[in-house]
Design a protein around this ligand. Structure first.
Ligand code: F6R
Length: 369
């Protein structure tokens, strides 16, 4: 069943191009527009939405954090993202015009389920983004957008995460398309890029041997830090989570802009720091800022592992290890930038003799609090 791979996780990482393509299938029409009847909201209902609230746990929460950048950019609707376990014990302010999106691979996560029940009690519409057909979360939601990742067996989420991102982009672009924003041309262009993205994920997978080698060389490290900006920040959080759960190493993700507000005190000689670099095209300000962040940490002895777009030459002098990813629109970059971090964590776990598919203390589906 592992299809020739040693672990389900390796198989599921390799299946990502197909999972991404399957999640897009049938949702982009011949004219390059989105058809998402599954959302089950009329154009006028969609135009009335005045707030989007995303609730999720763990890796699905990281997908939600990325979705916020996309939703606010393409739709100009305010979007909040919250851990389901926090949301449900506050008194969140929701109403009939709030759209709540519950993201869950399993569809059975207790906190996410409770959060969506709470939202529906307030009269909000709930859209589930889920990978498991007929599970509890979609059954209790008003509508569901299924991710078509196929069964995910390894405890650590990989292909489910990428397909959650795709589903979130689809929702963001669809809302933008229906409501009509000044980003109309950009939305059409991004839909085209999205339809090609599975090939880009495939290309990343073909170049992962140096990442594996690097991971093996770091097997005796105690800590790895991850830095990112913009959508690279949640990618950094996801890289750190993968490393914690699989390699049992201390790992933390930070927004690079926060370095001077504390985390830079952690930098010491030879500390591995993974930096996710935004595209130098598009938001070049962000790119330049992160290049100076890399310089700052390297000047303090950090061993920099830089994930940057092909053709980005500005990072070369400051990268002890350089991992290239294909150029994508800024907001789509997490689809290609996360893959090396998954491979990195998986290989480190193996090098440390850990059980990759079944990390200690973890369960695939958390149906208790
Ligand atoms: C991490 C991981 C968990 C899940 C979280 C939510 O690799 O798998 O953090 O993402 O438990 O699970 P679902 O998506 O099933 O609600």
């Amino acid at each position: 069943e592992k299809g020739g791979y040693d672990y389900f996780m390796l198989k599921e990482i390799a299946e990502q191009p197909k999972a991404v393509a399957d999640t897009l299938l049938g949702r982009i029409d011949a004219g390059g527009s989105l058809t998402l009847d599954e959302v089950r909201m009329s154009a006028s209902e969609l135009r009335e939405v005045d707030k989007v609230v995303i609730v999720a746990c763990g890796t699905a929460f990281h997908a939600g954090l990325i979705a916020k950048y996309a939703i606010e950019h393409w739709t100009r609707i305010p979007c909040e993202v919250e851990l389901a376990s926090e949301f449900r014990y506050r008194d969140p302010i929701l109403g009939a015009r709030s759209l709540v999106i519950a993201i869950s691979q399993s569809g059975e996560t207790m906190d996410t389920l409770m959060a969506l029940r709470h939202a529906r009690e307030q009269g909000s519409k709930v859209l589930a983004i889920c990978n498991t057909n007929g599970s509890t979360i979609p059954r209790e939601s008003d509508a569901v957008l299924y991710t078509h990742a196929g069964p995910e067996v390894a405890v650590a989420s990989t292909k489910a995460f990428l397909t959650q991102l795709v589903a979130c982009y689809l929702v963001a672009l669809y809302l933008g398309q229906v409501r009509g924003t000044k980003w109309g041309d950009e939305i059409s262009a991004v839909i085209r890029d999205l339809s090609q993205i599975s090939g880009e994920v495939e290309r990343v997978l073909e170049t992962m041997e140096p990442v594996r080698e690097l991971a093996r060389s770091l097997a005796d490290k105690k800590t790895v830090l991850f830095l990112g900006r913009h959508v690279g920040y949640p990618v950094a959080l996801e890289g750190a989570l993968k490393l914690k759960e699989l390699a049992y190493m201390h790992a933390e993700g930070f927004a690079a802009g926060e370095l001077k507000h504390g985390p830079i005190a952690l930098i010491e000689p030879d500390l591995p720091v993974v930096v996710v670099v935004p595209s130098p095209r598009g938001r070049s300000v962000l790119h330049d800022k992160i290049v100076s962040n890399i310089q700052e940490i390297r000047a303090r002895g950090a061993r920099t592992i830089v994930i940057a777009e092909e053709g980005d030459e500005a990072v070369v002098p400051y990268a002890d290890h350089l991992v290239r990813i294909p150029a994508t629109p800024t907001l789509l970059q997490p689809l290609v930038a996360t893959v090396p971090l998954q491979v990195f964590a998986c290989e480190l776990a193996t090098a440390r003799g850990n059980e990759v598919d079944q990390p200690r203390n973890l369960a695939k589906s958390v149906t208790v609090e």
